[in-house]
Design a protein around this ligand. Structure first.
Ligand SMILES: [Zn+2]
Length: 270
């Protein structure tokens, strides 16, 4: 067996370990049935000369679009059809490292095994392309199916701009502090479609987490733990709301004054 790309590279291994850690949380939370969900991490900054010289281990593949800011970039991607619960235990058998070629329209797998990346690769890479273009520090994108948030997306009044953001922020002070941009909403689109990717890109200009109507969430973060944490705090608020409703009352929520006080005390952007 050839050695893993992670061997002797503790910094790179740490990032892949974070992916495995989060994949376990997604499964344990019931957010990742079967092969549901995706994680893609930009690891370009962690790549050394030896990795840059590594040959492809499978044939070159088309991304499906041209992404000019990703020239020569490297990503760790969950494999297509792979389960989060397996990614948690064996990340390099259920995901792979890819290199974007100089034409910015093709990629090749370089390690450890020829595991084909997620079918959602074009939309994840389109978001990474925008993140690099903006010079942002965001390196990770994550898509998952949080039960309570998806349930709330089946209620039309919740889908109006910032209705859910304010409702979820008002359930517990920390949600506003730890998800300070709130929750964007993308109307239902076919999974994997170009329209879904474009709508997500647009909504991510104003939010770190967006809710896909009747489907799931898409989040960006400085690393995958950051992306997970923001979805986790939103999900916590959704659970408090639903628990209140199931006890038979409408939760009062923090007042506008209490919310403004939070923004001031914690220097929050909204
Ligand atoms: Zn999905």
């Amino acid at each position: 067996m050839t050695k893993s790309i992670l061997e002797g590279r503790p910094v790179l291994k740490k990032e892949v370990d974070k992916v495995a850690e989060v994949a376990g949380y997604l499964w344990q939370n019931g957010w990742a049935e079967r092969n549901g969900g995706n994680i893609t991490v930009n690891i370009t900054d962690l790549v050394d000369d030896e990795i840059r010289k590594l040959p492809a281990i499978d044939e070159v593949k088309a991304i499906g679009e041209t992404l000019p800011y990703l020239k020569g970039c490297y990503f760790f991607c969950k494999g297509t059809g792979k389960r989060m619960r397996d990614l948690a235990r064996y990340p390099m058998e259920n995901g792979s490292v890819i290199r974007i070629l100089d034409d910015c329209a093709h990629y090749e797998i370089i390690a450890d095994h020829p595991v084909l990346p997620t079918s959602e690769l074009p939309s994840h890479l389109a978001v990474h392309n925008r993140l690099v273009e903006e010079g942002s520090g965001y390196k990770a994108t994550m898509h998952t199916h949080p039960i309570e948030l998806v349930a709330m997306s089946h209620h039309r009044p919740f889908l109006k701009k910032d209705v859910l953001t304010h409702l979820l922020w008002s359930m517990i002070p920390e949600t506003k502090a730890f998800c300070p941009l709130g929750l964007g909403v993308v109307p239902y689109q076919l999974p994997g479609s170009v329209q879904l990717a474009q709508d997500t890109l647009k909504e991510l200009e104003d939010y770190d987490v967006v809710l896909w109507e009747k489907h799931g969430v898409f989040a960006k973060g400085v690393d995958v733990l950051d992306a997970f944490d923001q979805v986790d705090v939103l999900s916590k608020s959704a659970k408090i709301y639903l628990d209140s409703k199931s006890m038979g009352f409408e939760p009062e929520g923090m007042s506008d004054h209490q919310m403004k006080e939070m923004s001031k005390a914690f220097h929050l952007p909204k």
